[in-house]
Design a protein around this ligand. Sequence first.
Ligand code: FAD
Length: 320
Amino acid sequence: MAEVLVYVDHVDGAVRKPTLELLTLARRIGEPVAVALGNGAADTAAALAEHGAVKVLTHDASEYAEYLVVPKVDALQAAYKAVSPAAVLVPSSAEGKEIAARLALRIGSGIITDAVDLEAGDEGPVATQSVFAAAFTTKSRVIKGTPVITVKPNSAAVEAAPAAGAVEALSVTFSEKATGTKITGRTPRESTGRPELTEAAIVVSGGRGVNGAENFAIIEALADSLGAAVGASRAAVDAGWYPHTNQVGQTGKSVSPQLYIASGISGAIQHRAGMQTSKTIVAINKDPEAPIFDLVDYGVVGDLFDVVPQLTEEVKARKG
Ligand code: FAD
């Protein structure tokens, strides 16, 4: 069976959920071989084996932490040469997309970014993408070289599928370019205790209807009752009510959670572009004609200042 390289996104050995989802998709195409780099790389092996990795190629060097992405591209290319895979899968983070694009260029392959599904095809893997502000869903296939595909978080379920997960040390020689851009400082983001927006299973977003930074507390309360991330429309961000890192949409982040709750958001095309692939969409809006109601699974016509706190209380009550 053909091998499929899976680039591992991890923090000091703790594998992030989008990588486990990639393993589910990789198993549809072939046998997943994971590539884990940097501090704690070897510690990823147990989780990767539990989710179907037949082999885990690891390499640690200070270059991964000290420089930008090129050392990681060098390592992924070394893994590519060692394995000759049928495809290379990378999580669709900002860093993942840069790594994937650089690798595709180096190996002369086509690339598909931001896939939301992946299946085996007679002539290679077929990726599903949501394009043109989510107005269309396309299926495409790389026809040049080895397919390099980045996949958005929440595109597949995490499934246990125990496999050997044999750990092998990857041999990497860094290119001259690897040390061209040094990281001179890191500023950790203040932790909210909420899940990362693009990876969250549930997102609760607020828009202009929230009518003030202080009122976002009710959006946060609902989010916290559900263990959700908080999103915001551009109108709310431009008004200075919520940080740009939480903006959902064309010029913000693209999310694809199991549940997206839009409160006081009209549903402009640029907002839809970032959330339309959510599995279940709920909107709370006092205008029954708001365009957001055209795409929802459940709509509540009402004042969010009445509806959202009631919803929060109900969720808390049901959780006991
Ligand atoms: P509005 O459109 O003003 O809607 C507010 C809604 O709240 C209304 O439907 C109203 O009925 C409802 N409401 C008001 N009070 C209440 C209440 N008390 N209870 C319940 N409902 C209430 N937008 C994004 O979101 N993300 C992007 O990334 C983005 N990128 C853009 C890029 C470009 C190039 C451009 C031109 C625009 C972009 N926009 C983006 C802006 C987008 O066009 C809209 O202007 C924006 O999404 C509107 O935000 P909103 O829905 O919060 O505000």
